[in-house]
Every structure is written in C-alpha cells, then in structure tokens.
Design a protein around this ligand. Structure first.
Ligand code: ZN
Length: 135
C-alpha cells in the first residue's frame, strides 16, 4: 500500500508520537526508580547512544524501548497501512539499538534495555537493574 503522507507530514507525525510516547514512558521509569529508592541516575545523557538513564558510578546505561518503535517481540504489531515503511523504520531502530549496545559494552558500560511493556512488572525490572549494577 502506498504511503499516504508526504515526507514532511510524516516526520511531523512521528516526532509528535515519539515525543509524547517517550516522555511518558521515561516518567514512569523515573517514578519506579524513585519508588524503589534507586539513586545515582540521571536522565537525558548526551553520551554516545543517548541512553534514557545513566548510572555513572555503576556504569550502567538504561534504555527504555517503546514496544512499537523498537519492535518488541511480544507487542509489535505491524500497522495495516504503509506496512513496508514501518517495517523498515522499526528494523533500522533495532539495528541501531544493537549497534549502540555493542559500542557501549566495548567502552565498559553495562546495558539494560527494558521494554515499555515490562514496566508493568516494576519489581522484576528493578531486580534486573540491581543485578546489572552489582556486576
Ligand atoms: Zn512489549
């Protein structure tokens, strides 16, 4: 099926969806961290790969991946229109995620990636994070 948006319309729509999506997910993570009394993090690091949260001392980079944008194996559902476009887009994101993780690991960082949907079980998420931090 043909893409119904022009290029600039499309990037506008995407920026909007992405902005809102990411913001609320990150806020949720921040409140889970606070509730779990996890300290030593900051948001919006400008370091390579732009992790959503960075634990400088523990050298943990935390990425919160939106299930749609990053192709969650449990949740991702291909949109009915412009399927090829979205598939390519999500695949590019996944490749970039993989490359970013690889590069950061090479620089001595531990990587935690959490899917948006995994935030529904915050205790499990916190345990994973603590395990990574104590390695
Ligand atoms: Zn998911």
């Amino acid at each position: 099926m043909a893409d119904v948006f022009t290029k600039s319309q499309r990037s506008m729509v995407m920026a909007r969806i992405r902005g809102r999506d990411n913001e609320s997910t990150e806020m949720r993570v921040a409140s889970i961290l606070r509730a779990g009394k996890v300290t030593g993090w900051r948001r919006h690091s400008l370091m390579f790969g732009k992790p959503d949260f960075v634990f400088q001392k523990a050298r943990v980079a935390l990425f919160v991946d939106g299930c749609f944008w990053h192709g969650c194996p449990r949740c991702y559902q291909e949109p009915k229109s412009s399927a090829a476009f979205w598939r390519a887009k999500v695949q590019r994101n996944m490749l970039r995620d993989w490359e970013v993780s690889r590069q950061l690991r090479k620089r001595g960082w531990k990587i935690v990636r959490v899917w948006e949907c995994q935030l529904k079980t915050p205790v499990r998420f916190l345990n994973r994070l603590r395990a990574a931090s104590s390695k």
